[in-house]
Ligand binder design. Structure first.
Ligand SMILES: Cc1cc2nc3c(=O)[nH]c(=O)nc-3n(C[C@H](O)[C@H](O)[C@H](O)COP(=O)(O)OP(=O)(O)OC[C@H]3O[C@@H](n4cnc5c(N)ncnc54)[C@H](O)[C@@H]3O)c2cc1C
Length: 533
């Protein structure tokens, strides 16, 4: 019977990050991964009909990965990860031929905002400057540490002026924040799209600070050279070189618990793997309802797991294209810098479109197209054959199309054609440049990564009280399950989804502390830091 210190469930980036830290601490671990490849959302695939054309089918834009503590602790640059951070980071193209631009250089962003509205540009600068210390002293550390219960956090934060400013902004919804602070509808729409719609329901109070935080954050969108999977390969290397094992094509059937203590995992093929602890990067439905004997759970626990909710407006629909030439945007004639724009947003001209998008999601229908994406080969030619390109566009579309996600299999390709038509409006050369294309719906996402239930790429709503210390739900927000030796380390835990690696990083702090092992790399306790504000 194989025996380990720890078993990890799922080998996405959060699981791999935790596993590498455990390996650095001298622990013997194995990760069980149902797919034939590790990395989860760090996925790059070659189009089987077009050799040499690579597509990043899940994560592509990675926010400031090179600034993450685990990127350095795990020596990922030396292990093959390499990042590109294009200067014109985001461009929102409007139908009247203009472009609202976010640059890595804040001054250039402010200049672009000024073209739309000088007062809004001044407001942008004010929030940017005000929030820099808030990001540096509070928000950054909160995301990189196990969190505190809400009342403790509030008591510490409200003692300082910067803390009170944060609480004041976060009391608003993103929509309220933007409508109170900015007046130009294009700027309002751009800020909400960039900072609101993609992460949280922008009508929800408690998230108004997200926009100011993103304005102030030095963290810009980056991409992996060689494709997003290159980060996964570097993480796998970190795991194996610190003694960890990754078993592919292996699914857990149940987490075994004896006398309120985890003793191992039984796999789908009936093998028992003994371990002192199990860390799950799966969602709460999988971890607590599918893999544990519910009769053993404390009273009320199964109900809380069952009530865990997924984001209504997180599911993405993707159109991926192989191209003979890069998209040539009409707007680039007046704004030549757009030929090197990284993330390009199209179809969004007015803040009022948001309520329409949310309404369509609630009804399971398709809203007028608002889409965003990139042409990765402009910055990394290795992702296509010489002289050729790949590009993609994403759109927020409901998971349950006309009430049933299965409808996507029938409607997927027709919708891809509609997106292509919008793309051609902005980049006329797309009429002739497309050599081949394919689409992926939120249903395809869920089939590939079942932890992304309902196609929710953030693996759990930032609503329903599921944030901070209460993520995934009250009683499980400290990365610990209800039994000794059971841990959570995936995107359903604080601070949530996207390629941040922070759920795995924070879980590593908790697991090693419980085992009494040194973690020299870990930040000082959050409560100490907040008490010093
Ligand atoms: C279309 C799309 C676009 C995205 N774009 C971006 C982006 O641009 N930037 C960004 O930061 N994020 C993006 N994301 C989100 C990002 O991919 C996820 O938030 C991130 O991958 C979550 O990481 P994780 O390690 O928690 O989970 P995952 O990456 O999902 O890893 C979980 C692992 O568990 C495995 N697993 C699941 N069930 C089982 C089981 N029963 N047994 C064993 N193994 C199992 C999975 O196969 C997977 O390998 C995107 C996602 C999608 C779908």
């Amino acid at each position: 019977m194989p025996s380990y210190d720890g078993v990890l469930l799922g080998a996405g980036h959060n699981g791999l990050i935790l596993q590498a830290y455990l390996g650095m601490a001298g622990l013997k671990t194995v990760a069980l991964e149902r797919r034939q490849i590790a990395g989860g959302g760090l996925s790059t695939m070659e189009d089987p009909r077009f050799p040499g054309f690579l597509h990043n089918t899940h994560a592509f834009f990675q926010r400031a990965v090179t600034g993450m503590p685990w990127y350095h602790d795990l020596d990922l640059a030396a292990r093959g990860a390499e990042y590109i951070e294009p200067e014109l980071n985001v461009a929102m193209l409007t139908r009247d031929g203009r472009a609202l631009e976010w640059w890595t250089d804040f001054e250039r962003t402010a200049e672009s905002f000024k073209v739309f509205d000088a007062d809004d540009a001044a407001t942008l600068r004010r929030w940017h400057d005000d929030f820099i210390p808030i990001v540096e002293n509070i928000l950054m550390w909160e995301s990189r540490s196990p969190t505190l219960p809400a009342h403790e956090r509030r008591a510490l934060i409200e003692r300082s002026a910067m803390g009170r400013k944060l609480l004041e902004a976060s009391a608003l919804s993103p929509l309220e924040f933007v409508q109170r602070e900015f007046k130009n509808p294009v700027i309002q729409a751009g800020l909400l799209f960039f900072n609101g719609l993609r992460e949280v329901d922008l009508r929800l109070r408690g998230f108004g600070h997200h926009i100011a935080a993103l304005l102030a954050s030095p963290a810009k969108a980056q991409m992996s050279r060689g494709g997003t999977a290159a980060l996964g390969r570097a993480l796998e290397r970190a795991v194996r070189e610190t003694g960890g094992e990754i078993r592919l094509l292996t699914e857990p059937k149940r987490i075994v618990v004896e006398n309120d203590k985890v003793t191992g995992v039984e796999t789908a093929t009936g093998e028992f793997i003994r371990a002192n602890f199990v860390a799950s990067s799966l969602n709460p439905h999988q971890t607590f309802l599918d893999l544990l004997d519910q009769r053993l759970l404390p009273k009320g626990y199964a109900e809380k797991a069952a009530a865990f909710a997924y984001n209504l407006i997180a599911p993405l629909f993707a159109l991926n294209v192989n191209l003979s030439e890069a998209p040539a945007y009409r707007a680039a004639q007046a704004h030549p810098e757009l030929t090197r724009a990284f993330m390009v947003i199209m179809g969004l001209d007015h803040v009022d479109q948001f309520s329409d998008i949310v309404r369509h999601h609630e009804a399971g229908t398709i809203p007028p197209t608002v889409m965003w994406g990139a042409c990765p080969t402009l910055f990394d030619p290795s992702q296509a054959p010489a002289g050729k390109h790949t590009a993609f566009m994403w759109e927020k579309l409901p998971y349950r199309l006309h009430g049933d996600a299965q409808n996507w299999d029938r409607e997927r390709d027709a919708h891809g054609q509609r997106m292509l038509a919008v793309w051609r409006e902005f980049a006329p050369n797309m009429a002739d440049a497309v050599l081949g294309s394919f689409t992926r719906s939120a249903l395809d996402v869920e089939r590939c990564l079942p932890n992304m239930r309902e196609g929710d790429l953030l693996v759990g709503a930032f609503a329903n009280g599921q944030i901070g210390y209460d993520r995934p739900f009250p009683g499980a927000g400290d990365y610990r399950g209800p039994f000794r030796g059971l841990y959570l380390c995936g995107s359903s835990s604080h601070p949530g989804g996207n390629v941040t690696g922070l759920p795995g990083y924070n879980a590593a702090q908790v697991v090693l502390a419980d085992l009494g092992l040194r973690a020299d790399w870990a930040p000082p306790p959050l409560s100490d830091r907040l008490a010093r504000l």
